[in-house]
Design a protein around this ligand. Structure first.
Ligand SMILES: [Zn+2]
Length: 302
C-alpha cells in the first residue's frame, strides 16, 4: 500500500481482487490490529469470514463497517480503480468515463465520483497563510450568446498562493459582497500581498487591512508589470477550462463545486506521490454518506 505513483500494472497486481483490497483497508484503518467500532477494544478475525469478533463486547463487524465502502454493493477493487483513475486524470474525469472504464451503470459511476470527491474535500486546510496571493474571477458553462449578458454562466473565483495552494470556488455572483465572503473564508491574516486585476469589485471586497496589501495589474495595457501579475491563477483557470471542454462537455451548475474541489485537490497534491493511498485513507475514515443525503447535499449547493 505504500508504493508511490500507482499505475495500472501495480493497481492490478496489488489490488486486483476484493481480498487484496480488504487486506489493504485493514492495514490503513487499523495500524495496531482490528479494533471494535463500538467499544474500541481489540478484535479477533472470524475464521473463513471477512469479519471480526470484538474480544470485549462480541460485536461482529467487517473492515468497511460504518464507512463509505459499506452498502455500496460494488466490489472493492472497482472502488480502488475509480480512486486511481480520479487521482490520475490530469484534466478531470466524468462519470461517463468511469462508467465505460470500469463497466458500471451511469448511476453507480456518478455516485462513485461524487463520493470520492466528497472524501477529497476535507483535505485542504481552512485558510491560505503568508506569501503572495492572486485572486481572479472567470465564467464557465452556459451557451455562447454574443449579445446577451453572462446570466447562464457560472462564476468561479480563483485564489492561488504563488508556489502554493490553489482554491477555486463556485460563487453565486461576482459582486463585491460575495467576493468579500469568499476572500474572508480563504485568506488568513498573515497573507502579505494580494494581487488582482483593476476590476472595481476588489477594492470594495477587501477590508481596510487587506487594501493596504493590494496590488493591481491593468490587463488591457500589459499582462505583467514586474512582479505584479495574476498569471499563476490564470494558468489554473486555463487548466480548468481545458478540463471542462475535454471531459465535461456541459458542466451542470450543481456538479461544479464537486468538480472544482476535485481539481484543486489534484492540483494541490500534484507533488504527493502517495495521493492514491491518502485518498483511500480519507475514504475509509470518512463517515458514510448515503445516496439520498448526497443528492440533497449536491442540490443544496446548486
Ligand atoms: Zn466491542
Amino acid at each position: 500500500m505504500n508504493t508511490p505513483n500507482i499505475n495500472l500494472a501495480l493497481l492490478t497486481e496489488q489490488f486486483g481482487t476484493d481480498e487484496k483490497c480488504r487486506k489493504a483497508l485493514e492495514q490503513l484503518r487499523w495500524k495496531d490490529g482490528p479494533q471494535c467500532p463500538r467499544c474500541e477494544s481489540k478484535a479477533t478475525p472470524i475464521a473463513n469470514r471477512e469479519q471480526f469478533d470484538c474480544d470485549s463486547c462480541h460485536f461482529q463487524f467487517s473492515v468497511t463497517a460504518g464507512t463509505i465502502f459499506h452498502d455500496s454493493h460494488l466490489s472493492l477493487w472497482k472502488w480502488f480503480i475509480a480512486v486511481a483513475l480520479l487521482c490520475e486524470a490530469k484534466k478531470g474525469m466524468s462519470a461517463c468515463q468511469i462508467q465505460r472504464t470500469i463497466g458500471v451503470s451511469y448511476k453507480t459511476a456518478w455516485y462513485l465520483c461524487h463520493r470520492i470527491r466528497a472524501a477529497m474535500q476535507d483535505v485542504l486546510p481552512d485558510k491560505i497563510e503568508g506569501g503572495t496571493v492572486e485572486i481572479d474571477e472567470t465564467y464557465v458553462g452556459g451557451k455562447k450568446r454574443r449579445w446577451r449578458p453572462r446570466s447562464d454562466k457560472q462564476v468561479v473565483i480563483g485564489i492561488r498562493k504563488r508556489n502554493g495552494d490553489l482554491r477555486m470556488i463556485h460563487a453565486a455572483d461576482a459582486t463585491s459582497k460575495t467576493i468579500r465572503e469568499i476572500i474572508n473564508d480563504n485568506l488568513g491574516a498573515s497573507v502579505e500581498v494580494i494581487m488582482t486585476d483593476e476590476s472595481q469589485i476588489y477594492p470594495w471586497a477587501l477590508t481596510k487591512i487587506q487594501r493596504e496589501k493590494h496590488r493591481t495589474i491593468n490587463h488591457t495595457r500589459q499582462y505583467a508589470h514586474g512582479d505584479v501579475h495574476t498569471n499563476t491563477v490564470e494558468s489554473a483557470f486555463s487548466l480548468l477550462k481545458r478540463g471542462i471542454v475535454g471531459t465535461w462537455h456541459k458542466v451542470d451548475a450543481k456538479h461544479l463545486p464537486a468538480y472544482l474541489d476535485e481539481m484543486c485537490f489534484r492540483f494541490n497534491n500534484r507533488k504527493n506521490p502517495y495521493l492514491f493511498r491518502d485518498t483511500i485513507v480519507k475514504l475509509i475514515s470518512s463517515p458514510n454518506l448515503e445516496y439520498k443525503d448526497l443528492i440533497a447535499k449536491v442540490q443544496d449547493a446548486a
